[in-house]
Design a protein around this ligand. Sequence first.
Ligand code: AMP
Ligand code: MG
Length: 426
Amino acid sequence: MLCFLSAEVPKWFTRRVQKLISIEEARSRVLAEAAPLPAESCALPWALGRVLAQEISAPHDVPPFDNSGMDGFAVRAVDTVDAGPESPARLKISMVIPAGTVGTRVIEAEQAAKIMTGAPIPQGADSVVQVEATEEKDGYVLIFEPAKRGKNIRKAGEDVPAGERVFKPGGVLGPAELGLIASFGIPEVLVHRHPRVAILSTGSELVEVGEPLLPGQIHNSNSYSLRAQCQQLGIEPTVLGIVIDDYEETKRLIQQGLEYDVLVTSGGVSVGDFDFIKEVQNELGVERKLWGVAMKPGKPLAFGVHGSTLVFGLPGNPVSTMVSFELFVRPTLLRLMGYRKTTRPPYPAIIAEDVNNPDGRTYVIRVRAWREGCMWHVSSTGAQGSGILKSMVGANGLAFIPGGPRGVKAGEEVEFLLLNEDLQEP
Ligand code: AMP
Ligand code: MG
């Protein structure tokens, strides 16, 4: 459970955030509208991170035949019972079996086959002596230790026997899963379709990266962070670009965006004179499911549904945009992709500094998180304004400071989400 408004919060705090809903409530309203998309066929090389929409059973034994687990000699154990360092067994090498071939002769008494790892065990042999315990001489092999029946033989089906139902619908395909399906000889699988996502940045002050800035202008950064957040899920979104703060233009582009499974806009969703997103959503028949979340950054979030399109109006401040994506859009995309688990688990952590939160809203701060022993620690990445995108750079976590007059004190416990496991420095 994440920490939100608690019972101890004084009335004046709760009044200020009365119309807002908690992060958890907002997320459950959003997820209530999202169901896994239909299945499509996907070739294995492109299936990483996809979610299975079918069962998969092994069509044959894996491995398909008894084979050698070592480079060495396939022998009859009975011929080596008395073998030792001083009294090696001397067996005639009747054939060589490289991997990928089948030895055609039967191993008779006092015979051995030179065999490579992965090659089929020849008939008659019941064990493999690894090459390090042997010496080859004049068409014979000296064996310096007794072979044990079955030793160094990988039995047919010991990985997966034919018919075993290894994969169930809902399973996420990682490298090992893809490898095993490949070993079944199955070239493509049924997975839930990826959502088609459109990203639209609103704001007359925005210019594209690469263009010079005129007075009053800034570069459009949200398209880039949002696109990258989608790409981290394996989704390549369509970036519709920038729309100026003009009602008709906004309407035209939102209409385009409604052709997708998910439309994510940034900016223009607040209460400014030129914030047209909510009005345009209304006119186009987007059914509003929520507006306003008791969090900072990210309060002005407008989410609704239009036919089968999920429509997110994220706030424009670059940190608000990214945090809102993380908390609401990401779980939605994962659900559409078929994931059962859509949110990161909140961990407890010791916070390194006092954080005031003189506001009823949950304060979502950007932190560096690291482990000491079995405990997580978090520390603010610096100035935390919703326009300070640098606070996200180098942050590997988001920590939740409950609303209330006290905030939290250094050394107290907070909950946080680990965003990036690879980035952990004290
Ligand atoms: P808005 O939500 O439209 O009121 O925008 C809030 C703040 O975020 C303003 O300072 C905008 O200039 C800024 N902003 C909005 N969209 C973007 C964007 N795509 N890239 C960078 N900053 C933006
Ligand atoms: Mg704007």
